[in-house]
Design a protein around this ligand. Structure first.
Ligand code: NAI
Length: 300
């Protein structure tokens, strides 16, 4: 797919060195994706344990790739070598792109960008993988705000082709064109979206997912809801998808959307109650399903 006409002539530099901050579900998948296309990646998290969990996820993806013959053992080793761990406040002067995938919380992301601005070159692109928060808000107090952009990958990042490229009015054409070309070089499909809560996908997806949650609350048989949507032709049932997304992550998106479009969302507070009682979905084995593919019914 071609670049939009106004970006086609813009000069861009290929990205070879990147950093991913936050090695959770998304950060580890994004680091794997970048490294699989040759980018050297520094992966960071707040604690050695969290970082180790990220590398466990990456090694699982590598083993899966070798087992399914998608990559050879040598390619897996090279890919692994391209991802370097760090949990120090190391300088990131040589990174051309930094993608944050930390907790979905605006003050936390703003604090991170302020810190990153002091450790990077003014031309380093600072990207957020936020699901629904405002990129304009994130860019506000960052020196050289023109380099702050949204790169919204979907879960699982190594398989999902779509990436929403979220721009704000201060972005330069160079930053937008570089981001789009890089996403294309990863074999993904970038779409340019406006900086509105939920962007495009979550703005459409969340009301659907919350509709399923509201039904599950009334009917108490989530697999029937999922089976209905599978038979309808969806690739995955909405409640199983929520298990994969994580209830905490989905709740943050719900709250952002409710603040803006509350009257358009189904009435339910089940996600909030689930999170408050320690249910986070597949990541802590406490979701609508006990384990993948198991029709075990709701846990709460
Ligand atoms: P997660 O909870 O699995 O991982 C977050 C990681 O960030 C944790 O390892 C945590 O220790 C680390 N972290 C928190 N604060 C940090 C900081 N200041 N510096 C460095 N690391 C820090 O969360 P997940 O699901 O990976 O989500 C991350 C971001 O991606 C969120 O903004 C979320 O909305 C977004 N997202 C999530 C999707 C999903 O399906 N889970 C899909 C697309 C976007």
């Amino acid at each position: 797919k071609k670049l939009p006409a106004h970006l086609a002539e813009v000069r861009t530099t290929p990205i070879t060195h990147a950093a991913v901050i936050g090695s959770g579900v998304m950060g580890s998948g994004i680091a794997y994706t970048l490294a699989s296309r040759g980018t050297r990646v520094v992966l960071a998290d707040t604690t050695p344990d969290a970082l180790a969990n990220g590398f466990t996820r990456i090694r699982k993806l590598l083993r899966g790739g070798v087992k399914s013959h998608a990559i050879t053992r040598v390619q897996a080793r090279d890919l692994d070598d391209r991802i370097q761990p760090t949990h120090e406040t190391v300088p990131l002067q040589h990174q051309q792109l930094i993608i944050e995938a930390i907790v979905e919380n605006l003050p936390a992301k703003k604090a991170l960008f302020a810190d990153l601005a002091s450790r990077t070159s003014p031309t380093t692109i600072l990207a957020s993988n936020t699901s629904a928060l405002s990129i304009t808000e994130m860019a506000k107090d960052v020196p050289h705000p023109e380099r702050v952009i949204g790169l919204h990958f979907f879960n699982p990042a190594h398989l999902m082709p779509l990436v929403e490229v979220v721009t704000h009015p201060g972005n330069t054409p160079e930053v937008i064109a570089t981001a789009i070309k890089y996403i294309q070089s990863l074999g993904k499909t970038p779409i340019l979206v406006n900086d509105r809560p939920g962007f495009v996908v979550n703005r459409i997806l969340m009301p659907y997912l919350l509709g399923a949650v509201a039904l599950a609350e009334q009917l108490h048989d989530p697999w029937e809801i999922d089976d209905a949507m599978l038979e309808f032709g969806m690739p995955m049932g909405p409640l199983r998808l929520l298990d994969e997304i994580g209830f905490d992550v989905a709740l943050h998106v719900e709250q952002t959307l409710r603040a803006e479009h509350g009257n358009r969302l189904p009435t339910t507070n089940l996600l909030q109650r689930l999170v408050e009682s320690g249910h986070l979905g597949a990541k802590n084995h406490k979701g609508f399903y006990r384990a993948h593919h198991e029709k075990s019914g709701p846990q709460p």
